[in-house]
Design a binder for this molecule. Sequence first.
Ligand code: NAI
Ligand SMILES: CC(C)CCC[C@@H](C)[C@H]1CC[C@H]2C3=C(CC[C@]12C)[C@@]1(C)CCC(=O)C[C@@H]1CC3
Length: 341
Amino acid sequence: MAVRRSKKKCLVIGGCGFLGRHLVEELLERDYTVNVFDMRSTFEDEMVTFFIGDLCKTEDLLPAMENVDIVFHCASPAPSSDNYQLFYRVNYEGTKSVISACKEAGVQRLVLTSSASVVFEGVDIQNGSEDLPYASHPIDYYTETKILQEKEVLKSNCEDLHTIAVRPHGIFGPRDPQLVPTVVDMARKGKSKYIIGDGRNLVDFTYVKNVVHGHILAGESLDEGSVTCGKAYHITNDDPIYFWDFLSKILIGLGYAAPRYKIPYTLLFYIALVVQFFCTLLKPLVVIKLTFSPMRVALAGTHHYYSCERAKNDFAYKPLVNMDKAIDLTVQSYAELRKKD
Ligand SMILES: NC(=O)C1=CN([C@@H]2O[C@H](COP(=O)(O)OP(=O)(O)OC[C@H]3O[C@@H](n4cnc5c(N)ncnc54)[C@H](O)[C@@H]3O)[C@@H](O)[C@H]2O)C=CC1
Ligand SMILES: CC(C)CCC[C@@H](C)[C@H]1CC[C@H]2C3=C(CC[C@]12C)[C@@]1(C)CCC(=O)C[C@@H]1CC3
């Protein structure tokens, strides 16, 4: 008689990262058995089996996929990196390795962490649905390879492997290495006094626990014949907020002054483009990390918020933590970044 496993087993690729680790914690809470695959190790947990390797190598991935029911693929190089080769290798070629490894290991469900930015071209998006076309001029290499990656995962959906892409936007929460630390760094350097544009652009910022909840529901939805197979889903807080109100709440919560002085969006965007051009010319001599990259200026000065109706309808998604509570929990978790008197 075949032995029936009672607990579902999953693999989190990128499970040592910000989102991945929150996902691991929630999967354990919900009684899943969890494997983690990452190229680095950032925490220990006796309930988790860790595999260290490079996701671009199928042979590294296979041992981690043994008897796995659901693979969550949430690994990527940091969006702030400017290295096209790295993005292409990891996000595109690496994702193809993940797909072949899933097929070889007999995994039936694959959930990709994509990004709502795959449709963003630097111009306003208001309540955008998943039917918007992919950006024909993506704003950076990161986004360009997230598009290639998502297309590959969705087209590989078949009878043996059910796939889905979750598109979060602006993830924040405890242990995020990107959003809050960057904003505080700017404040400490005196660069957070300015508002780009009129300050009335609405944006989705999504609390990490809501993103995790969306991923788990997406994975659970992938039954044979489910409408969700081969589709992309926005996962947001379902509560767009003025970009500059969000940043101000984080800054004030941590004891810093809120931005006050308005700079015209278009002016700053073109300045950022020119500065980026000169940085590219100087790259062989010196590497300069831009605070106001054209991508960040575009994200800070335009509307970009998305509808999550499809996720609500198809797998009963609803955010678990509201915006005020999410900001509060985030601010409390960054005691070390609080302004010292
Ligand atoms: N942070 C955000 O606001 C958003 C993130 N996303 C997506 O969410 C996912 C997770 O992002 P974060 O947790 O913020 O990033 P993170 O940088 O904290 O985690 C990514 C993890 O991937 C691992 N990794 C990278 N290359 C690897 C390789 N070749 N082999 C094995 N592991 C590798 C890293 O070691 C890291 O632990 C990414 O796919 C990202 O594109 C999507 C929308 C918004
Ligand atoms: C120039 C400053 C005013 C902006 C500082 C805040 C930024 C660090 C963040 C604001 C929106 C964020 C964001 C991302 C990264 C961090 C921000 C630019 C992503 C690019 C991360 C990866 C994605 O898939 C999309 C995100 C959109 C929002």
